[in-house]
Unconditional design. Structure first.
Length: 330
């Protein structure tokens, strides 16, 4: 069973409406001129004008129908329990996977999810491990073994866990290009444009969370902000140093909805229409924290979590509408 929300962000048909109005006015002016200079009946003019108006309206409906039927992308925020994994799939077939879930998932759900959404053993253009904690790189080795991954991003900060060691072994065996993107790095990945805001080039953080890769990913007019597990101090640094607006239509709450992330100033700057967090039902950390939920009491964004809704599927449409589908528990 699914629940569907629709949010219209902008009206791209405004130029078409202006064009239709201009044409109708022009037609009326010409008909008025003809009526004054020629022996043409008013009834003929009225019939002719109505016919032109009908044809123009039909043309507008035709274009509107095409626009509404055009899907640009699917964004899947997978239900990974107390873990993270997001799949972005563009209209041109480009796929970006951000994180791969928990190391101790009793069933490697990430493989089943990806098989269903991109095809068995299919191609992943970019795999981003935001940081090397086990709830973000879990089953990353299986993904690298099972799918054709073209490029991998990591933060370059070592970890002592066996999960990390298995991931490195799988990465070395793969043919994937390896990149450690830093603040200021930008690239095009198929239909997607990606900006990186963290980590810094010459400054290491004291823990994995605060060394997370922070990305702002654009497709068409729709923007997604993903911050991994960085805390509010990193958010503040990005806010202070950003040279342009950080506004994004969709945001993933930092650190699964922890009160150490997603400050009020960060939320105001991003100003999303939809906010998503990935957390397990009844998790031991209490995510999402009460303070974060209270932030959204005074913000119009739709707040959705995998603990309440399961996997969250956002469809990005060409007409600047986003459709949201969620699994309902019970």
């Amino acid at each position: 069973m699914t629940r569907k929300y629709k949010r219209k962000k902008t009206n791209i048909n405004k130029p078409l409406s202006i064009l239709l109005t201009t044409l109708l006015v022009s037609v009326a002016f010409l008909l008025g001129s003809w009526f004054g200079k020629n022996n043409i009946s008013y009834q003929w003019i009225e019939t002719y004008a109505n016919e032109i108006s009908s044809q123009i309206r039909s043309l507008g409906s035709y274009f509107n129908k095409d626009k509404k039927s055009e899907k640009l992308a699917d964004y899947h925020f997978f239900d990974m329990g107390q873990a993270s994994s997001v799949l972005l799939k563009g209209y041109d077939g480009t796929t970006i996977l951000i994180d791969t879930g928990r190391y101790n998932d009793s069933e490697p759900r990430i493989i089943d999810y990806l098989n269903a959404e991109i095809g068995i053993g299919a191609e992943i253009d970019l795999l981003i491990f935001t940081h090397n904690d086990a709830d973000h790189i879990g089953n990353g080795d299986l993904v690298l073994d099972y799918f054709q991954v073209n490029e991998v991003w990591m933060n370059g900060m070592d970890h002592t866990s066996q999960t990390y060691s298995r991931l490195l072994d799988a990465l070395l065996k793969s043919d994937a290009i390896y990149t450690e993107p830093k603040d200021g790095y930008t690239t095009e990945m198929g239909a997607f444009s990606i900006e990186v805001f963290h980590p810094l080039e010459n400054e290491k953080q004291s823990n994995q969370n605060d060394e997370s890769i922070v990305t702002r990913i654009t497709l068409g007019d729709t923007v997604l902000m993903h911050t991994g597990d960085v805390n509010a101090d990193v958010e503040k640094r990005i806010l202070n140093e950003a040279s342009a607006s950080l506004q994004s239509d969709i945001m993933v709450l930092g650190h699964h909805g922890s009160n150490e992330s997603t400050s009020e100033k960060w939320l105001q700057a991003i100003n999303p229409s939809v906010a998503v967090y990935q957390a397990g039902v009844g998790n031991q950390y209490g995510h999402p924290h009460r303070e974060i939920l209270q932030l959204f009491d005074n913000h119009p964004a739709e707040l959705l979590g995998t603990d309440n809704y399961g996997t969250i599927h956002i469809v990005v449409n060409e007409n600047n509408e986003i459709d949201i589908f969620t699994e309902e528990e019970g």
